[in-house]
Design a protein around this ligand. Structure first.
Ligand SMILES: [Zn+2]
Length: 272
């Protein structure tokens, strides 16, 4: 019963995240005005705003102007719903579910904004850090001091990577390219990690505590390296092409959240 409820709740949160991802980077309010079709400007009726279902019923087109609606919206809703349901299975009907739900929502937002616009919102990374530390006040999981220390340690670790990488790149006269639309800010991209990644590392640390954070970061580096190699081999990317790292951090975090102990055992086996 709780799993079903959590799944449906997740679908609605996914729908809300779509609004956040669309509006917050533009500096618009997330409460008003009501959602409207970007094509014809007509307000979306409640009947056409049901997560996933409305998209299927409308066959992916606006009821008024027939403009195609991107499948990324229902996919975001579906993934949020599925992850919330899985979180309910994992935590049961307990207060720990709140931690899972908040962290999952933050990570889904990171994936979308970083893939689409090469940004990680401060509201997500810094706001998430504060949320993670405050949620540590709840019983179970990490305590507030551990959460705070892991947040700082996570950010420092990523900052060191950025400093090390930018030193290496400079020394070897390697310039990484800036993504499209960010050509003026090329200097910002000369360190492997962006500032958004550093702030996001604090957020992940605040939620996961030391052991799971190590697992999450390690998983994100493996995933990022594999994806980078695959994109160079098959995707026409170069070694100096920018690839947003936030999505890999988000994926590593969700993996650590659900399979932390299993991953820990496989790392130990790999190392030994
Ligand atoms: Zn329309």
């Amino acid at each position: 019963m709780f799993t079903v409820f959590a799944g449906l709740f997740g679908l609605c949160i996914g729908s809300f995240l779509n609004v956040v991802i669309w509006r917050v980077p533009l500096g618009k309010s997330i409460v008003s005005p009501p959602s409207a079709c970007p094509g014809c400007g007509k307000e979306i009726e409640p009947i056409d705003n049901i997560p996933v279902l409305s998209y299927l019923l409308l066959k992916g087109k606006c009821r008024n102007c027939s403009m195609t609606i991107s499948p990324k919206y229902p996919i975001t809703e579906l993934i949020t719903g599925v992850l919330f349901a899985l979180a309910a299975v994992k935590t049961g009907y307990s207060i720990e579910f709140i931690n899972y739900a908040v962290l999952i929502s933050l990570m889904i937002t990171v994936v979308r904004t970083d893939l689409e616009q090469y940004i990680i919102l401060d509201e997500v990374s810094l706001g998430g850090t504060v949320a993670g530390i405050l949620l540590a006040l709840l019983p179970g999981g990490t305590d507030i001091l551990t959460s705070l220390i892991t947040a700082v340690a996570g950010a420092v670790f990523f900052l060191l990577i950025r400093l090390g990488a930018s030193y290496y790149l400079k020394r070897n006269n390697i310039r990484t390219e800036a993504p499209e639309g960010y050509e003026d800010e090329e200097d910002e991209f000369q360190g492997g990690m962006g500032w958004g990644d550093i702030k996001l590392a604090a957020c992940i640390g605040a939620f996961l505590g030391p052991a799971l954070t190590v697992i999450a970061f390690f998983a994100s580096f493996i995933l990022g390296a594999l994806a980078g190699l695959a994109m160079i081999a098959f995707g026409g990317k170069k070694k100096t092409s920018p690839i947003p790292f936030g999505p890999f951090m988000a994926l590593g975090t969700v993996l650590a959240l659900f399979f932390g102990s299993e991953l820990w055992h496989s790392y130990i086996t790999m190392i030994w």
